[in-house]
Ligand binder design. Structure first.
Ligand SMILES: Nc1ncnc2c1ncn2[C@@H]1O[C@H](COP(=O)(O)OP(=O)(O)OP(=O)(O)O)[C@@H](O)[C@H]1O
Ligand SMILES: [Mg+2]
Length: 307
């Protein structure tokens, strides 16, 4: 577990982080989200001690970071940046294996580990091992950045807006990759983004930050269902425009409130119309219940047609 207890950061008399307390569970995919300048990078860098709090404490598995050897700490933490920050004069293998060379793994072990990880992130080792960074697309370079961060099998991986510079297709592919990796590995991911869509898609839990203050923490569903304040409501509606929730559908009076004599599946009002479509694709004859309304596959077609 990573724990922030009453963390404050003051730079030049300006409060950058204000009394920040959260607990990130082991193996959680945890998202820090907020507008530019809200303090996300500052918080993330405190976990690997690239940045230290002015007051308050950070603990990893109950050990105060002040008492942990900084090299040991960093060997156990992978770090992925916005630009993949690969060394331009080193090939993919050399870039990926930096941490392993540091840890004095032998050449064969390095080779096997990097091959395994390149396969895992969808890069064919035979093709990519000896490529130079300038021969990679943005998405490929970012995959190598992920391989480098995972190489020594760290228990924590920090990611600072890793996909914000990518085109939408690569971004979607890499988000899916992160979900796959997180599912497969026993690793805590702390992922920074200013994109609420990304936060909702990836996060087990999300912490929303504004001007160094924690606004709300919870699962995507909890936050979407009950935003704490107007800032969060606005942040969601400004950013998560293309998501249609079932509550919007029932608000527009689709369906009926008379219980039909058919198989009924219930959806939560903050599930999306994609969830609705998924249920209907399994069985087009079922009726979907959301709150007190009953919706059929025809309602879905009408809703989509009238959007
Ligand atoms: N070394 C520093 N000296 C002065 N101010 C700083 C320093 N580092 C960060 N800040 C200020 O602290 C605030 C938070 O910065 P931080 O980089 O953590 O924000 P962020 O949420 O990561 O923003 P972005 O989304 O733009 O990356 C900003 O107002 C920034 O200008
Ligand atoms: Mg930042």
């Amino acid at each position: 577990m990573i724990e922030f207890n009453h963390v404050k950061k003051i730079i030049n008399n300006k409060t950058i982080i204000n009394d920040f307390s959260i607990q990130i569970k082991t193996n959680e995919l945890f998202i820090l989200v907020g507008p530019s300048g809200s303090g996300k990078t500052t918080l993330l860098k405190m976990i690997n001690q690239l940045n230290k709090p002015s007051s308050g404490e950070i603990l990893i598995n109950n050990n105060n970071l002040q008492n942990i050897n900084i090299n040991q700490l960093r060997h156990n933490i992978g770090y992925v940046l916005q630009s993949s920050a690969l060394f331009p004069n080193m090939n993919v293998f050399e870039n990926s294996a930096i941490q392993l060379i540091n840890l004095k793994w032998n050449k064969k072990e390095q080779q096997e580990r990097i091959e395994e990880l390149l396969n895992l992130v969808g890069l064919n080792p035979l093709k990519f091992m000896s490529k130079m960074p300038n021969e990679l697309s943005g998405g490929e370079a970012q995959r190598v950045g992920i391989v480098r961060a995972l190489a020594s099998n760290p228990s924590i991986v920090l990611m600072d807006e890793p996909f914000s510079a990518l085109d939408p297709i690569s971004k979607t592919q890499l988000q899916d990759l992160i979900l796959k990796l997180h599912h497969k590995l026993d690793t805590t991911f702390v992922f920074v983004t200013h994109d609420m869509n990304e936060a909702v898609k990836l996060g087990d839990r999300i912490a929303i930050i504004k001007e160094g203050n924690l606004q709300q923490i919870g699962t995507p569903k909890e936050i979407m269902a009950a935003p704490n304040n107007n800032f969060i409501k606005k942040f969601i509606s400004d950013n998560v425009k293309h998501i249609d929730y079932m509550n919007q559908v029932v608000k527009e009076k689709y369906g009926t409130d008379i219980k039909p004599n058919k198989t009924i599946e219930a959806l939560d009002k903050y599930q999306t119309i994609n969830d609705w479509a998924k249920e209907i694709s399994k069985n087009p004859d079922i009726v979907i219940k959301v709150e007190n309304r009953y919706l059929t596959s025809n309602d879905l077609i009408n809703y989509l047609a009238n959007k």
